[in-house]
Unconditional design. Sequence first.
Length: 169
Amino acid sequence: MNYVVVIAALLMVLTTGQDLSLAQKRDSDARESLKGLPGVTVLIEGIKEDAQADGLSTEAVRTAVELTLRSSGIRILTASEDIATPPAPLLYVNIGTVKSPEGHYAYDVTVQLSQHVALLHRKTIIRGITWQSAGVVGMTPRSQIQKVITTVEREVKVFANDFLTVNPQ
């Protein structure tokens, strides 16, 4: 039994080591895709009605996201600025929730930056995800559903750090 655990752990280390350089390259490319962006438009989605009724409002999440971005020096683009900005950078925050019969919530938080990108082989511009957080999955009691906002803020700070790395102020 112990040999199985050791072998499984060894395999995880070996396969993770092989994928690490690819993951680092992907992270570097994702970070570089943020270079030169003037700011972002914010879209919050996924919050179900039961979570909203229990205190996790779209408005509170939007306020937390925008405050985190602004305090990092990242501009929030207005609708007219977004249209006038060719890459149309959109910071998308998705919060999925499932409420158990006992009143606990399982949740997942994803933060993505999408923007217009060119398909060179077709000379076409489409919206593509160029940066994405690792994502977070967690559980919380109904009475503490607003703590999900703290998780969102942490993921947005990861984005902000990457953004500022390639767009120093």
